[in-house]
Every structure is written in C-alpha cells, then in structure tokens.
Design a protein around this ligand. Structure first.
Ligand SMILES: Cc1cc2nc3c(=O)[nH]c(=O)nc-3n(C[C@H](O)[C@H](O)[C@H](O)COP(=O)(O)OP(=O)(O)OC[C@H]3O[C@@H](n4cnc5c(N)ncnc54)[C@H](O)[C@@H]3O)c2cc1C
Length: 108
C-alpha cells in the first residue's frame, strides 16, 4: 500500500450530483478528488434519452455523463476509478478507505 493521499475535498460518486460538486469545488480552487464508484456516470448511464436537461431538448444519458465528467476535469477536478469501502468520520481529518488507491485523508 502506498502513502496516504490528502485532499481538501473528496467527492464520492460520479452521478450528476458528484460531477456538479466537482465543477463547483474545482472552480473554487479546492482541487477536488472524485471517486467514481462501481457505476461511473451514475444512473443516467443506463437510460437512453433524457428530455428534461435544460438546454437540450433531448440528450442521451450516457453522452450527458461523459460531458459532465469532461466538464469536471476541464475545471481541474481529478477523477479516479475506485470504490470507497469504509469512511471514518469520527476523527478529523476524515479517512475514507478505497479499494485500490492508498487511503485518502481530508486536509484540515
Ligand atoms: C433508467 C433511468 C432513467 C432515468 N431517466 C431520467 C430522466 O430522464 N431525467 C431525470 O431527471 N432523471 C432520470 N433518472 C434519475 C436520475 O438518473 C437520478 O436522479 C440521478 O442519476 C441521481 O444522481 P446522483 O448523482 O444523485 O446519483 P447516481 O446517478 O445514482 O450516482 C451515484 C454515484 O455514486 C457512486 N457510488 C455509490 N457508492 C459508492 C461508493 N461506496 N464509493 C464510490 N462511489 C460510490 C456510484 O458509482 C455512482 O457514480 C433516471 C434514472 C434511471 C435509473
């Protein structure tokens, strides 16, 4: 196992909520780290047309999620393919436990 990673903002999940958080926190210069989980892109990757996304009369769900990831990365978010198995919120800094990468600690 490698050294513990530190990040100011850890985002667990890569659905619309995760990528929205990534875009906002990256724009706020917080250098977020986003862990995708077992379903990169979230639930919209398993549907076809999304018709209620503002600005698009219809867009394919998987395409929309590729665009959201690209947007988050373009703003400076780091996206990693991993899964959080445990999260210790009892002491600061919080410690999430991914399956592959070294443990991540939120910076004070
Ligand atoms: C078939 C289908 C069609 C839909 N169509 C529409 C539609 O047309 N319009 C609409 O507005 N909504 C639609 N929805 C609903 C929409 O997909 C959800 O409201 C939306 O995806 C929720 O986004 P979210 O980011 O909160 O979570 P999700 O999209 O559920 O994403 C959760 C994320 O968390 C990750 N995760 C979970 N556990 C862990 C862990 N332990 N470690 C790391 N990551 C983890 C997963 O991998 C995933 O990336 C549809 C849903 C489905 C299933």
């Amino acid at each position: 196992m490698g050294e513990t990673r530190h990040t100011r903002v850890l985002i667990i999940g890569s659905g619309p909520a995760g990528y929205t958080a990534a875009v906002y926190s990256a724009r706020a210069m917080l250098n977020p780290l986003l862990v995708q989980g077992l379903q990169p892109g979230g639930q919209l990757t398993i549907t076809t047309e999304v018709e209620n996304w503002p600005g698009d009369t219809h867009v394919m769900g998987p395409d929309l999620m590729v665009r959201m990831q690209a947007h988050a990365e373009a703003m400076g978010a780091e996206v990693i393919s991993d899964y959080i198995t445990a999260l210790d919120l009892s002491t600061r800094p919080f410690t999430p436990w991914p399956t592959v990468a070294p443990p991540i600690r939120r910076m004070r």
